[in-house]
Ligand binder design. Structure first.
Ligand SMILES: Cc1cc2nc3c(=O)[nH]c(=O)nc-3n(C[C@H](O)[C@H](O)[C@H](O)COP(=O)(O)OP(=O)(O)OC[C@H]3O[C@@H](n4cnc5c(N)ncnc54)[C@H](O)[C@@H]3O)c2cc1C
Ligand code: MET
Ligand SMILES: [Zn+2]
Length: 616
């Protein structure tokens, strides 16, 4: 009898986990490769599930596509691995169980870089291999991203008449990670032609049952559920699952009462869990009609965001000249000079001081702590840099919520210099998200939503700058990155320092069409060694020979060299102020007096310019 005909009248118990079972036996590499090197072990696991009562087993091919196999250098073995897997499952089933060819999702909980085009290519390759081996059905499982599942399901539906099971993974009870309610996801999947729709992985029976309470029986399709055994625990360097089989026995009837007809297990489950399901449902008829609990509305809080005490910088710089100054947190514990600098800069009338986030990957006093104190003590607006390097998504989200609580609403979102350049070269550079994704994440908080789409009960009021590096070979490419950052929500840009008038003109020409304003970076040179270092060792920075010669002539006179650095910076300010409203001054080595002098100079220069414009 066809698998679907059987489901019309009775339950089918499916198998449980393969991957976590292999892991618990000690395999810590590519599970799918074992189809080639340990086929007997895979066959025994299938047999154990069939003996436990499974009427459907899935091939050991969850990650057997080239995108995932390339981690192990096995991207050319897709056909071999899938074919072997299907043959092993068929041999183990020996006519006693149906065989589903499994294809897992690629886009996980983390924001993903894998394009749909790439996913389609890899999916087709795997699908054809499984179909050629004559499986009884196709099982699409562990899809966090509905768009991905809809895409691959449409391909599979076109290619085969075999029954297709399409399963998503919950973000939390009731919804996917983009907050799509499960009932809606199921009806979309049914619309594309899934014969069975359901849930698998990530969460256990509790959350799946809670979810199913608000899911009606599909019109044509059947419902499935493959819960995890429990939430995984991490002990002695290994993950393990604690949920015991008795707990599964108790939940079997609840799954039946929610209308599930295909019931199996995902991560952490074992033949004992499957036997518990099978024993408990033996002789029971599946549910024909279901009463659905009214769905709890997800209310995104309408609470207004706390008002900003200062307008965002992008608004200021669009209207008038504006100076911001980078004054980095110290590398040592004494912050006296830092606060002296902040006060002096406040008196110089600048719009903001920016505080780097462990620049050059070397630890400094936490910039949000100092930013808060600056605001308290001087009333000056702190702009904190946030890198993707030091915090994973959990840390970033928490950090942003903290900045909101502290009223630090101005952020520069940057990738961050990699750890290997800094004081702790062995430290990990996290990079869970790119600078683009970080910008989107911050803007999502302004919608009152967390990165995973959860309601945060309040909207944040961040204004977000993106970094602009004009000191690259292709300015055109750098500007294309700015456009992409604008698409992700960047409100304005702050640039690396520029050291020549020609470069200022070139940059101005390249960015003038952008709708987001640019604060152009300028930094006074402190001496000849500083100039030579920047010119020769910092990628992209080129200082004109004439300027380097001026600095070199004062090699033995640091005081005069400092004055010369200031004079050079002033002539760059003269040129920059004609082109840009926003000037970003970088303070070298905590020498804030230089920034104060240059801030004052910029103000006088821009006042002269505006008087000239008024007269003209
Ligand atoms: C104003 C400013 C402040 C900064 N503050 C900090 C800080 O506080 N802490 C810190 O650690 N780092 C800081 N940085 C450094 C920054 O993280 C790195 O220099 C980063 O690579 C460039 O900025 P981003 O993070 O926006 O890079 P993105 O635009 O996200 O670029 C990321 C990577 O892509 C590559 N890339 C970018 N543009 C091009 C191009 N045109 N051609 C080829 N490849 C390209 C580069 O390898 C770059 O590293 C700052 C940089 C700027 C401009
Ligand atoms: C990571 S969720 C899917 C797992 C797969 N069905 C296995 O058990 O290996
Ligand atoms: Zn799983």
């Amino acid at each position: 009898m066809n698998f679907l005909d059987k489901l019309k009248n009775e339950f089918i118990i499916a198998d449980g986990a393969m991957g976590t079972l292999l892991y618990s036996y000690g395999t810590d590499s590519c599970f799918e490769e074992l189809n080639l090197s340990q086929s007997e072990q895979i066959q025994h696991i299938h047999e154990a599930y069939i003996n436990a009562g499974a009427g459907l087993v899935q091939t050991n091919t969850y990650a057997a596509n080239y995108l995932k196999l390339q981690r192990y250098g096995l991207e050319d073995s897709v056909k071999e691995i899938n074919s072997a897997a299907a043959r092993i499952a068929k041999k183990a089933s020996n006519g006693k169980a149906y065989v589903a060819g499994t294809i897992g999702g690629n886009r996980g909980i983390k924001p993903s870089m894998v394009s749909l085009e790439e996913i389609k290519r890899s999916f087709r390759e795997q699908l054809y291999c499984l179909l050629l081996e004559g499986v009884d059905s196709i099982l699409l499982e562990t899809y966090y991203d509905l768009e991905e599942l809809e895409t691959v399901l449409a391909i599979a539906r076109k290619e085969t008449d075999l029954p297709i099971i399409a399963q998503v993974s919950l973000q939390e009870a009731g919804v996917l990670q983009d907050q799509t309610p499960i009932a809606e996801a199921f009806s979309r999947l049914e619309g594309i032609g899934a014969d069975v729709v359901g849930l698998n992985c990530r969460l256990g029976p509790h959350h799946m049952l809670k979810t199913l309470e608000s899911v009606p029986l599909p019109k044509q399709a059947f419902l499935s559920a493959y819960p995890n055994a429990s939430i995984p625990a991490y002990t002695d360097g290994k993950f393990h699952y604690e949920g015991d089989a008795d707990y599964f026995r108790q939940s079997a009837r609840d799954f039946r009462n929610q209308g599930v007809r295909l019931l199996g297990g995902c991560c952490g489950t074992t033949p004992a869990h499957i036997k518990a399901f099978a024993d408990e449902l033996k002789g029971l008829a599946p549910l024909e009609e279901k009463e659905v609990k009214a769905k709890k509305e997800i209310i995104v809080s309408e609470k207004p965001s706390p008002s900003r005490d200062l307008p965002p910088l992008q608004e200021i710089v669009k209207e008038r000249p504006s100076v911001i100054v980078e004054l980095d947190p110290p590398r040592k514990l004494d912050t006296t000079r830092f606060f002296e600098g902040a006060k002096a800069l406040k008196e110089a009338g600048i719009d903001s001081i920016t505080l780097a986030d462990n620049s050059l990957a070397s630890p400094r006093v936490c910039n949000s702590a100092l930013g808060y104190l600056v605001k308290q003590q001087t009333g000056l607006r702190p702009l904190v840099h946030v890198t993707c390097r030091d915090r994973n998504i959990i840390g970033l989200q928490s950090h942003l919520m903290g900045l909101h609580a502290l009223g630090l609403n101005d952020i520069l979102a940057v990738t961050g210099d990699p750890a290997r350049v800094g004081d702790f070269p062995g430290a990990s550079s996290v990079y869970d998200v790119s600078s683009f994704e970080l910008i989107s994440m911050i803007k999502q908080l302004n919608e009152g939503l967390s990165v995973s789409g959860k309601d945060l009960g309040q909207k944040a009021a961040f204004s977000v700058a993106g970094a602009f590096n004009p000191n690259v070979r292709s300015l055109e490419k750098a500007v294309a990155r700015l456009e992409k950052k604008i698409d992700h929500g960047a409100d304005y840009f702050i640039s690396q320092p520029v050291f020549s008038e020609e470069k200022l003109l070139e940059v101005h020409e390249a960015v003038r069409h952008l709708k987001a304003p640019v604060y152009i970076g300028l930094m006074p040179l402190t001496g000849s060694r500083n100039a030579e270092f920047l010119h020769n060792e910092v990628p992209g920075i080129k200082i004109a020979d004439s300027i380097r010669d001026r600095m070199a002539a004062l090699k033995d006179d640091p005081v005069q060299a400092g004055h010369e650095g200031i004079a050079i910076a002033k002539s760059l300010i003269d040129a920059a102020a004609e082109l840009f409203n926003g000037i970003y001054l970088i303070t070298p080595f905590m020498r804030y007096e230089m920034s104060v002098e240059l801030s004052n100079y910029t103000r006088e220069k821009t006042e002269r310019l505006s008087r000239r414009k008024q007269h003209a």
